[in-house]
Ligand binder design. Structure first.
Ligand SMILES: Cc1cc2nc3c(=O)[nH]c(=O)nc-3n(C[C@H](O)[C@H](O)[C@H](O)COP(=O)(O)O)c2cc1C
Length: 323
């Protein structure tokens, strides 16, 4: 899979997830086999760029691999400026968010609500592509509701305006995250354009990844929620796609190593008190299958200090190993 001048190491991509795909998580997913990791969305409104939240989202220092930065907004001029700003800040790919159904984004008409206005979509895409000399990618849903799946129309707009690749989440905006993703529209999109298409939505296993790739003919797949607490899913899928065989599940000692590395990186990246707070949801995802009653997680979630979190997890894994 190529995006402009960039050849990806494989075709398994980390989906952008606000509040989750921060620098520590992207780095971890890349190390564990993802071919590309897209950053959390950044608003195109310059008034918020100086907030802690945006500053953290813009932090790519020391990040290895290709830096793909997502921007969200509805004003073509502001989107163009945001793209330029992020390229100056190290972005090697600009990704436009037209896939997010979140109210906060859509209240200001952005994300997947834009799919209702193909003319505006075209203006935004033209403005962004014209503003930067790096590849611009686009992420969409299949349409804005099940009666208006206009993904093919949007894909053609993308193609004629030099979008370098198109990621499609197999739900409409109205579907939010309900029901199951459908892949027929993604297949139709792939058949109607010649730019690379990335299939996204409900891919949770190596077999599903292969089914979706085979069915849609997509060039790559993108994984979001299934990577939460399971960042090794990327190497598992990549290995299966290459060999048709399964990698063994990681040993508990490896899970421990990965989780402790992730935790320390979160503490370091966000500082106090944010690091410890953000770590809670990740730890909870990692331990879901081990701590089924949620007993340890309840205790862990009450801890405020990074040192206390580290100690609690070390004790937890020692007890697991002893049993
Ligand atoms: C917590 C969360 C945050 C998300 N944030 C973004 C975002 O910032 N930009 C975006 O394009 N999509 C966002 N998404 C959508 C995902 O990129 C992806 O399209 C969706 O989760 C479907 O893929 P999955 O079934 O593999 O999770 C988000 C999804 C979740 C669950």
């Amino acid at each position: 899979m190529r995006i402009g001048p960039y050849q990806l190491e494989n075709n398994v991509i980390v989906a952008p997830m606000a509040g989750i795909t921060d620098r520590p998580f992207r780095q971890l997913c890349r190390r564990l086999g993802a071919g590309l990791a897209v950053s959390e969305m950044l608003s195109s409104n310059p008034k918020v760029w100086k907030t802690d939240k945006s500053m953290n989202r813009m932090d790519h220092s020391g990040e290895s691999g290709i830096r793909s930065v997502q921007i969200a907004g509805a004003d073509p001029e502001l989107m163009a400026q945001a793209a330029q700003f992020n390229v100056q800040n190290g972005a090697q790919i600009i990704d436009i968010n037209m896939g997010c159904p979140a109210k906060k984004v859509n209240k200001k008409l952005a994300g997947s609500a834009l799919l209702q206005y193909p003319d505006l979509v075209e203006e935004i895409v033209q403005a962004v592509v014209g503003a930067v000399n790096v590849p611009v990618t686009l992420k969409i849903r299949t349409g804005w509701d099940p009666d208006n799946r206009n993904g093919v129309e949007i894909a053609k707009i993308a193609e004629r305006n030099r979008i370098a690749s198109l990621a499609v989440h197999g739900r409409t905006r109205a579907c939010m995250y309900k029901g199951e993703a459908e892949y027929d529209t993604i297949k139709a999109i792939k058949q109607s354009v010649s730019i690379p298409v990335v299939a996204n939505g409900d891919i949770t296993s190596p077999e599903k990844a292969k089914q979706v790739l085979d069915y849609t003919g997509a060039d790559a797949i993108m994984i979001g929620r299934a990577a939460q607490g399971r960042p090794w899913i990327f190497r598992e899928i990549d290995y299966y796609l290459r060999t048709g065989k399964h990698l063994p599940a990681p040993e508990i000692s490896e899970v421990r190593g990965i989780l402790m590395e992730h935790l320390l990186n979160l503490h370091q990246f966000y500082g106090e008190p944010m690091g410890a707070r953000i770590a809670r949801k990740h730890v909870s995802w990692y331990l879901q299958s081990h701590d089924q009653e949620g007993q340890f997680r309840r205790v862990f979630n009450a801890l405020e200090q990074p040192e206390a979190q580290i100690e609690a997890l070390e004790n937890y894994f020692e007890t697991l190993a002893a049993n």
